[in-house]
Design a protein around this ligand. Sequence first.
Ligand SMILES: C=C(O[C@@H]1C=C(C(=O)O)C=C[C@H]1O)C(=O)O
Length: 273
Amino acid sequence: MAVELPTIAASDYLNSAVLMEDFLTGEQRQRCRLITDAAPARCAELLRQGDVAAALIPAIEYQRIPGLLAVPGVAIGSKHMVRSVVMAAKKPLPEIRTVALDTSSRTSVSLIRILFAEFYRREVAFHPAPPDVPHMLSEADAAVIIGDPALTFDRTGLHIFDLAGEWRRLTGLPFVFAIWAVRESAREAVTGLDFVAARDAGLCARPALAARYAPRLGLPVETLVTYLEENIHYGLEADDLAGLTHYWTLAARHRLIDEVRPVRWLPVTPGCG
Ligand SMILES: C=C(O[C@@H]1C=C(C(=O)O)C=C[C@H]1O)C(=O)O
């Protein structure tokens, strides 16, 4: 009987490409099927519905979807400025009344609600919108946008709030945007996948990935290499987990999730890759 390969999903953002490259073209390319073009919010839906065994999901969704195991050691986060998750505003902060929220996002759109409620102490109206900053700003004072579209829109004349930068300034902690999560029922199916080894192969491929994405994004290769090397953090260490736990705690306080469940980790066998 042919062995069914597990399907895994991630977005096609440049930052995700680092975690996917080994599964796409590297040593692990024959170990799984890939969905590489689903927006992060969609990745969470695919995992929730059981359409995929594992997905790179918005970090908040780990608390919303039952029966998931988190993959240790790997994440998409930022220690300071992330550059690709921003609120772009036509007005200074005290004058913002309406905010359009990128429908691709789950973590960052919850983060901005937390920032306003917990730290800025302002009540504003939020509404969902596709990731198109000029259109979002035609209907709102500010727009939260993530991923590649956040790297490429025209920032001229806008107030830019880097959400990882704001989080760092206000909490002193790193921020975790996305993690790999596996359906518990698919645990056996993914034993052949080594997400940490894939991450490490992807880190080495950063210059090549930047060169591949540069024409599409219309940005210099060096700018994208700097983004991948200095803005995005691919580890999930103690301080990242402290940031993640604090974010979940505030998300529960502001009723964005029901409660903070302890993380259940995917057991990782050394050398399974
Ligand atoms: C840093 C980023 O983090 C992203 C932000 C997400 C969210 O807000 O839900 C989900 C996945 C991440 O890829 C980015 O894509 O720019």
